[in-house]
Design a protein around this ligand. Structure first.
Ligand code: AMP
Ligand code: ZN
Length: 328
């Protein structure tokens, strides 16, 4: 007793709940338990998994069974209709029938029925998962909840079986709830996706750019502006032809964002006179856009390059840069 107590109280260094759960299961089962029993007990503490199946219960199975008038629901409670009319032998007979149906289904389809849970976890290497979670600052990229509050999963933005890439730009961190909702509701038509990303126009200068390219990744490319506002003014564009920022897909935004970070590191390193940047998209001719292939300006700034830099991009309307806050 003392040895075990000492271990649990003092020696057990926990990086998760696993150790006390396993010891507790063994204590509760006469000192012996198989791997499966231990795993099932660990699972019962994983509220994120439970929450996932709560979603399934309410939105899928519960809905179907209610529609067929097998169950009724009040708030979080489900009632089996006609239960009070059943004798105990009838209850047992129905339980056996359910067991039989479950067994038949599993025998027929094998472990494939859990593939949708398995795929995500296995396919993405740990180092990539780490990068995605780090990029997301440890928060769900849809609802913003932190990883301390809900387990985060790494998700393919465009599903793999719809042509989505295994690339960091096509990954996002989602909490269990957002990921489950996405699975239930996402009916975006992703067909022809790879074809879409190959869209180039023969008469578009940026679709055909080949000179002065300084960086690229799968979906985006960067080159020096031909008429630079300042030295090393760079344009970052999606490889696919689209008119402006609002037509970009999330993987393209990710790709361009990643390239922008790389460029900032590169430019700041090779030119130490750079002390700031202006970053911006002109969208629509009234906003000054002249080339109608989406592009982002990355404009290095240097101390003293204009007399009064205050307001930065606010200066696109002359005289509006230097504002005076209203005093109440
Ligand atoms: P915007 O006014 O935002 O449409 O910007 C278009 C940008 O493309 C301008 O900054 C131009 O200097 C730049 N530009 C135009 N033609 C070329 C070219 N052939 N190669 C590189 N940059 C270009
Ligand atoms: Zn183009």
């Amino acid at each position: 007793m003392n040895k075990l107590k000492d271990f649990i109280e003092k020696k057990m260094s926990m990086s998760h709940i696993y150790q006390p759960v396993m010891i507790k299961v063994l204590l509760e089962n006469g000192g012996t338990a198989d791997k499966k029993t231990i795993a099932q007990n660990i699972l019962s503490y994983d509220f994120s998994q439970v929450e996932y199946y709560e979603g399934i219960t309410n939105n899928m199975v519960g809905r179907v069974l209610r529609k067929n008038e097998v169950v009724s629901r009040y708030k979080n409670i489900y009632d089996l209709k006609l239960f009070k009319d059943l004798s105990s032998s009838e209850i047992q007979e129905l339980i056996d029938l359910c067991d039989q149906k479950i067994e038949e289904y599993i025998n027929q389809r094998g472990t494939k029925i859990w593939e949708h849970r398995r795929r995500n976890r296995k396919a993405i290497p740990g180092s990539t998962r780490y990068k995605v979670l780090k990029r997301a600052d440890g928060r769900c990229e849809l609802c913003g909840i932190s990883k301390e509050e809900k387990a985060l999963e790494v998700d393919h933005i465009i599903p793999k079986n719809n042509g989505g890439e295994d690339s960091i730009d096509n990954y996002q961190a989602l909490c269990f709830s957002c990921n489950a909702n996405k699975r239930d509701t996402d009916d975006t038509d992703f067909r022809n996706l790879n074809v879409k990303y190959q869209t180039r126009l023969s008469d578009c200068i940026f679709c055909n750019i080949s000179r002065n390219i300084i960086a690229e990744n799968e979906l985006s490319i960067a080159f020096y502006d031909k008429f630079p506002v300042t030295s090393k003014h760079v344009l970052v564009i999606p490889k696919r032809h689209c008119n402006d920022y609002f037509e970009l897909s999330q993987p393209e935004i990710n790709a361009m964002n990643r390239l922008t970070h790389e460029l900032k590191t590169k430019l700041s390193k090779e030119d130490t006179s750079i002390t700031g940047y202006n970053i911006g998209f002109n969208t629509g001719s009234d906003a000054g856009q002249t080339v109608f292939h989406c592009h982002m300006h990355l404009i290095p700034r240097r101390k003293g390059d204009v007399e009064n830099p205050i307001g930065g991009v606010r200066n696109l309307i002359p005289g509006k840069g230097d504002y005076k806050p209203k005093l109440h």
